[in-house]
Write a protein that binds this ligand. Structure first.
Ligand SMILES: N[C@@H](CCC(=O)N[C@@H](CS)C(=O)NCC(=O)O)C(=O)O
Length: 221
């Protein structure tokens, strides 16, 4: 089983799928399809007809879309518990991941993930208030329900889906509640998160469209 991913510094959807698998102990190979450089999009379309990463190839089966990848792998490796074992917690965890997949466009567009960067104050909480408040509510409810330390008790794909959000809060020093901060610290020491971030820090590539100066119109792409 091979997971195609984008640049680790920037590719949030790749990170969600990769962390879900690695954090759950699923065996897989990975290959990077860079989101920069000459002809990158054509190369990507050859790997993944959606033109997006992540994409999973398992023998003759090809699966695109981060959430579908997680569900496919959860079906294939039920013993790895990508979702919580308790049915009600599993339902809530899936709902949280689906909401991440479908929402928070303001935060996603105004505060691109950039793991190697530190830009405190460049994104005001007020400009992304509705999204941050809803994410804090999701985290608080989940942690109250499960008792933590991860959203639904043990690590699950729901945590992987919110990890890039936590990384954004950190990069731009967006103020969050004490509960959210504590949960972020739990994520930041997860071995799979550390492994991904260390690899991201090694990458030399710049993707201009994900750099805050370009996003904020201060520098042309
Ligand atoms: N809905 C897709 C989104 C995938 C996506 O947008 N991936 C980005 C990288 S994080 C990508 O491949 N972008 C290519 C492009 O911008 O053309 C999923 O959940 O997998």
């Amino acid at each position: 089983m091979k997971l195609f991913i984008g640049n680790k510094n920037y590719s949030t959807w790749s990170m969600r799928a990769w962390l879900s698998l690695r954090g759950s102990g699923v065996p897989f190979e990975e290959e990077m399809a860079r989101l920069d450089g000459e002809g990158w999009k054509d190369k990507l379309i050859r790997i993944s007809p959606t033109g997006n990463v992540p994409a999973l190839v398992d023998d003759d089966v090809y699966i695109a879309e981060s959430l579908a990848i997680v569900e496919y792998v959860a079906d294939k490796y039920p013993e790895k518990a990508l979702w919580p074992e308790d049915r009600k917690l599993r339902g809530r965890a899936r709902a949280a991941a689906c909401e991440m997949h479908a929402s928070f466009q303001t935060l996603r567009s105004k505060a691109p993930m950039n793991l190697r960067a530190s830009y405190p104050g460049r994104v005001d909480r007020s400009s992304v208030e509705a999204d941050v408040a809803r994410i804090e509510q999701i985290w608080q409810e989940a942690l109250d329900l499960s008792g933590g330390p991860f959203l639904f008790g043990q690590f699950s794909a729901a945590d992987a889906f919110y990890a890039p959000v936590a990384a954004r809060f950190e990069t731009y020093a967006i103020e969050v509640s004490d509960t959210a901060r504590q949960y972020m610290e739990t994520l930041f020491v997860l071995p799979a998160f550390v492994e991904w971030k260390l690899a991201a820090l090694e990458e030399p590539w710049i993707v201009p469209s994900d750099e805050i100066d370009v996003v904020q119109g201060l520098v042309a792409e």
